[in-house]
Structure formats: C-alpha cells, structure tokens
Design a binder for this molecule. Structure first.
Ligand SMILES: [Zn+2]
Length: 240
C-alpha cells in the first residue's frame, strides 16, 4: 500500500520514498509518494526519481491493479532503482500546480452552473465539465464574470474526512453537497470551498486543489459544445 502524501499536502514538490516493488510493466512502487495517479479526470503526475548519481524520468503515474498501490511509470525503459532503495522524488511542479488550479476552478464552475455534472477532465492549460444542460447558455460573459468573482474572493479550500456512519446520521450534509459521495468504500474525503457563512461548495473528491481560490488566477470560459440532446461541454482556460 502506498501512502498518498499529496492528499494532505498537495504542495510537496519533493520527498524521500523507498522502493517497495517493481511492476511487470516496468513501473516503480514507493512506500509513500507525492505523485498523484491518473483518476477523477486529473492526469497522473510526471517528474523524476533521483538516487546516488542516477535519474529516472517519470512520464506519468497510475493506480495499481489492486487499487491501493501507486505506480510511477518511467518515460523510457531504463534501469529502475532496486527494491529497498531510498529515492528523492521530484514533481514536474509547474505542470502539477496548473492541474491544481484548473481542478479547483472546475469545482467553482460547478457552482456557477448548478446543473448535474456528467463528466470532466483536467489538463495543464484548461479543463472542462460536461453538464446535463438541455438549453444553451444565454450569457457566457456573465458566467465568466461570476466565476472570476468567486476566484477573486480568495476563499479557503479545505479537506474533511467523514465516516459513512456520520453521513448516515447527518442526511442534511448530503443535501449540501453538489455531488453524492460513494458508499461502501469507507471514510469519504470531502473538499469544502469557503467556510461557515462563506461556504459555497462541498463535494467528495480525491484530487489535488490549491489552498485558496485566488491561486487559480485569471480564467476564461472557452467553447461551449453541444454533446448529444441533453449535454453541453463547458471549457475553462487558465488565462495566466
Ligand atoms: Zn476536486
């Protein structure tokens, strides 16, 4: 099992880890990692592993087949650090930080468009959400202004963990969430934007977020694409 260091501190750019396994596909498993694995619409992290005088470039990161291991995928076939080796892991931070900004921006997009979300994806330059939206958006400029206004409020983004028993005992909590939490998988991680009277979003999410919405910076709403009879895809770009 890999400890997910990015969960509690998404701002860790470097960390030491120990190699616990190699996968048959040539991946590296560490006891604890700062590399986020592809999932929830967010791409896996890239970066490098350093040990002794060696460097191994990591192209992406995936969840292992068992689900509780994280596999770092080398950019090319190369000698792997042997099992038991302590390595210094370093993220491609510029790319990851943009993922954090886009990902958090998409949470806010789901606030300014309060419709059911049917899909989404994060990239370094832009992100998108698919909405169950039968009618066209009537004012894209107003939407962009509303989204930028939420960003500029510089609201805190915090995680909370809640047990399924607590969720069951507090049904009103589920009503305040924009997305229903999964059931039967143990404690649920919630991401809260704002606090108390300023809370504007609460949803279960396992991704990496910025600590404060102001870090998202300037955004621009891009194309709104029709996807079938019911769905529309709204694109959001980082403008700086
Ligand atoms: Zn999230």
């Amino acid at each position: 099992m890999t400890e997910m260091l990015f969960r509690h501190d998404p701002y860790m750019r470097e960390a030491i880890g120990t190699v616990t396994a190699h996968t048959p596909e040539g991946g590296v498993v560490l006891d604890a990692t700062i590399f986020y694995p592809t999932g929830g619409g967010q791409p896996g992290d890239s970066g490098a592993l350093h040990w002794q005088d060696r460097v191994l470039e990591i192209a992406t990161t995936l969840k292992g087949s068992g689900g509780d291991e994280i596999v770092l995928v080398p950019a090319e076939a190369a000698a792997l650090p042997p099992v038991g080796t302590a390595v210094r892991q370093a993220l491609d931070w510029e790319r990851r930080y943009r993922h954090m900004r886009v990902h958090t921006g998409l949470h806010l997009l789901s606030v300014v468009i309060p419709l059911p979300v049917t899909g989404g994806a994060v990239a370094a330059e832009k992100g998108r959400l698919d909405f169950n939206m039968p009618e066209a958006l009537d004012d894209k400029d107003a939407l962009q202004a509303a989204l930028q206004e939420l960003i500029d409020r510089d609201l805190p983004v915090r995680e909370d963990w809640i047990s399924e028993a607590e969720l069951t005992a507090n049904p009103e909590l589920v009503k305040t969430m924009s997305v229903k939490p999964p059931v039967g998988r143990g404690p649920v991680r919630l991401v809260r934007i704002g606090d108390g009277a300023t809370q504007i979003d609460l949803q279960p999410c396992g991704g990496t977020h910025v600590a404060s919405t102001g870090e998202i910076g300037r955004i621009r709403i891009g194309k709104v694409e029709k996807k079938g009879a019911q769905n529309r895809r709204v694109n959001m770009h980082l403008a700086n």
